[in-house]
Design a protein around this ligand. Sequence first.
Ligand SMILES: [Mn+2]
Length: 188
Amino acid sequence: MSVRVGIDSRPRTGETSNGDTAVSRRVGGRHLLAVVDGLGHGPDAQTAADAARSCLEQAALSGPIAVLLRELHAALRPTRGAAAFVAVVDGHTLVGAGVGNVDARMRIGRIPLVLTPGVLGMRMTEPKVFQARFAAGDRLAIFSDGVRATFDLDETRTLPPEQAAKAIVDRYGRHHDDATVLVADLEQ
Ligand SMILES: [Mn+2]
């Protein structure tokens, strides 16, 4: 099973620091997919995003997702905090959780997602972990709240993931916020 990923991320208009970040990382048979939105925008938001990125680039993917989120929560403690959606693809199974305003959807499948309120690094309740079936040929999008949720994944179905992510950010990105989309296709 391979996951093909495209990411587009840009700061709000007039800002050079990006408080959003996305991570795609394969370890063994597992593939980590994450989007992080540092609180607010500007350099301090980017510091939070950077701390989250370095945590997610080193974290073990073999344990429960709730443990990964607790590690992320701890790594973000010295920062102003962040919202994040973190998922792991293992075969045809997608397991993940979202804390704060980073959301996700699939083109065909359905994520029974209940976002957990809170801010990673500040306050987090027990994360609500979902599990979904991720069929070959399906497409997942994870997006920060700088992207209007009205986009339809069918609109970009003919585009490869890199171009689809860019098209969604270009068309649906809010100019007053950092905007990020991670698009992942599950291939055979
Ligand atoms: Mn945001």
